[in-house]
Design a protein around this ligand. Structure first.
Ligand SMILES: NC(=O)c1ccc[n+]([C@@H]2O[C@H](COP(=O)([O-])OP(=O)(O)OC[C@H]3O[C@@H](n4cnc5c(N)ncnc54)[C@H](O)[C@@H]3O)[C@@H](O)[C@H]2O)c1
Length: 275
């Protein structure tokens, strides 16, 4: 084993929602470590800009305008990526998102939309990419981006949380089904990674809200997209060839704390703080 085993030279990665937020952070870092990138996103302007930025820095990147709610568009994008680069090694199922909606106010149409975006898109991309990896015969790695909400209750986000829990379960089954093809499958459960998707919640919280948020996270701060990308790089590299089916929180300790927070007055840890 050498330090070069963390490098991804020659590998091809396909990432959904790769034009912004966590996806863009992961895409930039995959490229920094040598991977060639297919960025599939609905936002053509940001996606083209990021692909051009990676190419200007000597990397290889292709933007593919894709709405992950449209199954056919995912299949087409995976085929285009595989035929453009001549292989496919890495799939990052990252596109997804959430809006707070109490379940009793949701309609069947709205929860089906959530499920398409947050779960069905992952099933579709996984099948398309795994079939391509198997046809190329070189194995691969799939990393799904779920959420801490897939590991706990999430009032106001019930359908989103159910989708993310589904992603976690799906990951474990895929790890087993795809093991014989040397395709490893993992799922990350992020929390409080600073992205445009989360920014409105942070802004709405105000100063007191931000302080409370930082107390909720044991490490006392939000995470960066680079910190999440580092975990992805490790998992898709040759340093992690004997791991599959992992569910990994990337959350500053939020899931480990499971309800324990620090007192705003004394800084002491407790399950609840007297006023
Ligand atoms: N930021 C966090 O702390 C956090 C926490 C838990 C889970 N997550 C998960 O991480 C993933 C990325 O979150 P983020 O915070 O970076 O989100 P974001 O909203 O900042 O970025 C999402 C990206 O997906 C793209 N996108 C949106 N709709 C699309 C569609 N229909 N088809 C293709 N692309 C589309 C957007 O253009 C954007 O580039 C999501 O699955 C989210 O659920 C994030």
């Amino acid at each position: 084993m050498t330090p070069n085993d963390i490098r991804l030279d020659g590998k091809v990665a396909f990432i959904t929602g790769g034009a912004g937020g966590i996806g863009a952070g992961v895409a930039r870092n995959l490229a920094n470590f040598g991977a060639r990138l297919a960025i599939a996103d609905i936002d053509a302007e940001s996606g083209e800009r990021l692909a051009a930025e990676i190419r200007e820095q000597g990397g290889h990147a292709l933007f593919l305008h894709t709405d992950v709610n449209q199954t056919e568009q995912i299949h087409t994008a995976v085929e285009q990526a595989a035929s453009h680069f001549g292989r496919l090694d890495i799939l990052i199922n990252n596109a997804g998102g959430v809006r707070r909606t109490p379940f009793l106010q949701q309609t069947e149409k709205s929860w089906r939309k959530h499920i398409d975006f947050n779960l069905i898109s992952t099933l579709t991309a996984t099948q398309a990419a795994a079939r391509a990896m198997i046809a190329f015969g070189h194995g691969g790695t799939i990393v799904n981006i779920a959420s801490s909400e897939g590991l706990r209750a999430a009032p106001g986000f019930a359908v989103y949380a159910a989708c993310k829990a589904g992603m976690i379960s799906f990951t474990r089954s895929m790890a087993l089904e795809l093991a014989e093809h040397d395709i490893r499958v993992h799922v990350l459960a992020p929390d409080m990674i600073l992205t445009p998707g989360l920014a409105p919640y942070f802004e709405a919280a105000g100063e007191d809200g931000r302080a409370a948020r930082d107390r909720y996270i044991p490490m006392g701060r939000v995470g960066s997209t680079d910190e999440l990308a580092g975990v992805v790089i490790f998992l898709v590299s040759n340093l992690a060839t004997y791991i599959t089916g992992l569910t990994l929180p990337v959350d500053g300790g939020a899931i480990a704390s499971s309800g324990w927070t620090r007192s705003p007055n004394t800084g002491a840890w407790d399950l609840y703080h007297a006023p």
